[in-house]
Design a protein around this ligand. Structure first.
Ligand code: PXP
Length: 242
């Protein structure tokens, strides 16, 4: 099965917030991604509200025909904003105010008691839960113990390898974690830093069901339009419609 594509539209909102006006409209971007064949839309409702706002989340949930996945910090404030929207999925991620983007996976081992409670609360609201983790066996095993529905494997280290570096070690980590997570009954997603150049080697990992890609698609969309940017990515994940 080819990997599904979740399009993260945070940076459409980044551009809007740069001027504090109403354009570009993230909801319009999500609809264009949907019509180009995206399988899901992802947004990160950060505590500092630097890009996506609660209003965006509400409108997207109302208007999209494809599943909405909201990334959130595993905090009471984060959940208070996200749960009422009732997205299909919540992805729990680590979050600090200083970081330009998510840095590394959640430490599921360290946070297990806290996460167990949050996962229960989300399940009680009929929201499925994905944990963004580094590709390490112990993290994946604990995610399964906590009854996460999915793990999203952090491809950031792979994506940040210096040009010319052999990616074999990082790819092996991702492949092994994907196999383990799938054997433990979880859905396997992957994302962070993926682009047209590096997505191919991740898309062929058989257990990876979905890729979450944001910055490179939105960056490309600025130049060629959202629908074409999504179709180009889909072509590389074997779902090309063009
Ligand atoms: N997955 C997670 C958990 C993320 O936090 C992000 C960034 O918001 C992405 C995927 C998308 O990463 P990128 O914008 O580098 O494609």
């Amino acid at each position: 099965m080819p990997a599904r594509l979740g399009v993260n539209i945070d940076h459409v909102a980044t551009l809007r917030q740069a001027r504090g006006t109403h354009e570009p409209e993230p909801v319009a971007a999500a609809l264009l991604a949907q019509s180009a064949g995206a399988h899901g839309i992802t947004i990160h409702l950060r505590a500092d509200r630097r890009h996506i706002q609660e209003r965006d989340a509400r409108l997207l949930k109302e208007i999209l025909a494809i599943p909405l996945n909201i990334e959130s910090a595993a905090t009471a404030d984060g959940l208070e904003a996200v749960v009422p929207v009732k997205p299909a999925w919540v992805t729990l991620v680590p979050e600090t105010r200083e970081e330009p983007t998510t840095q590394g996976g959640l430490d599921v081992l360290f946070l297990h008691a806290h996460l167990r409670q949050i996962i229960r609360e989300l399940h009680a609201s009929q929201i499925r839960v994905s944990l963004f983790v580094d590709p390490q066996a112990e993290q994946v095993k604990m995610a399964a113990k906590l009854e996460a529905d999915a793990v999203e494997l952090n491809t950031g280290v792979y994506a940040d390898l210096a040009p010319g570096t052999d990616p074999a070690t990082e790819l092996a980590r991702l492949r092994e974690s994907a196999r383990l997570g799938s054997r433990l009954g979880m859905k396997i997603l992957a994302g962070h830093g993926l682009n047209l150049q590096n997505v191919g080697l991740i898309a062929v990992i058989p257990e990876v069901e979905e890729l979450n890609i944001g910055h490179s698609i939105v960056g490309r969309a600025v130049l060629v339009g959202m629908e074409r940017a999504v179709r180009e990515m889909l072509a590389l994940t074997n779902e090309g419609m063009a």
